[in-house]
Design a protein around this ligand. Sequence first.
Ligand SMILES: Cc1ncc(COP(=O)(O)O)c(C=O)c1O
Length: 367
Amino acid sequence: MTASPLPPAVVETVRIGDRDFPRVRLISGVPPLEPLARLSGHGGRALILAKRDDLTGLGLGGNKVRKLEFYSGKALATGCDTLIITGAVQSNYVRITAAAARKCGLDCHIQLEDRVAGMDENYRKNGNVLLDRLFGATLHYLPVGEDEAAADDHLDRIAGELTARGRKPFVIHLGAGSEPRGALGYVLAAQEILDQAAALDRRISQVVVPSGSGQTHGGLLTGLRLAGSSLPVTGICVRRDQAAQTARIRQITANLCDLIGRPGLVTEDDIQITDAFLGPGYGKNTPETWATLFAAAQDEGLLLDPVYTAKSLSGALAMAAQPETTGGGDVLWLHTGGTPALFGYRAAIEQALDKDITKQTGAGATA
Ligand SMILES: Cc1ncc(COP(=O)(O)O)c(C=O)c1O
């Protein structure tokens, strides 16, 4: 499919730290900050305030819309005509990249990696994959599991083929060493969240985020420090163990601080990470994380996804149950979206529902 003949998106310049960056506005309004009053805030638990970044709007929303504002901005500012990205088969990132490309009049090539073994037809064709196709992206498959370097290398090969055909591709690499431009979206989100908490007259004492590629975690942490806030941010591992993820966040925050011209803004002590909710690995859940997904749906009418938010909210609930850590303040939990993947994980969800795990473990508001 060729690029859209519609008028091009408007690229604006935004100052972050000591540098200017091109950005395209893709988020609809300001996602709300709202209490999960039934799921938290009683029986000694701190209140959990959910920052609803599942409601960022574009292409069914999620945290990646904030990243794509900066990748699309750079792509357009440098005259590129195609976005190229890699991700798991049910990746939300690639789905939103496809939507952002369309919104900006760009083409999109997506590489889907075989990261989760033994999945069925719904996983391979429904949910995010169906949406990728609906957005008109060109799909490529990489029959390789966890190999970030191989995935990025293969992206470069796709980019080379497009360049040879006269196109100007912009590659969004996944490796921790690549420029963390997408994290700028969460540097900006930090001030937005602080302003919203102040307007609600709430005192936050902990922030909990999923930590995958690490740009959301690294971006929010850097943004808080840039805003002069010392709020602790705990990253919940969704893909790697604590040691590997700690090294990754160290690298991303160092690169990000350099990118905004504030080297050393984030220190080693700022990096807090737990893999207590990772379970068997990426895209796989434990009875506890399934119970959180069911409790959010059944106590709050709130949809989570099985890969990221079921794990991160499990971490936030555990944090909220530790008064010595929260010190009477609220827990800010970032809802990063991902809900279209529910339809790709249909079989696993049905299996977990059939086991009626919520009743077995007693999870939920009345626990
Ligand atoms: C819904 C959702 N939440 C969280 C994450 C993790 O964010 P990050 O990759 O910035 O660590 C992702 C990444 O794909 C995601 O899709």
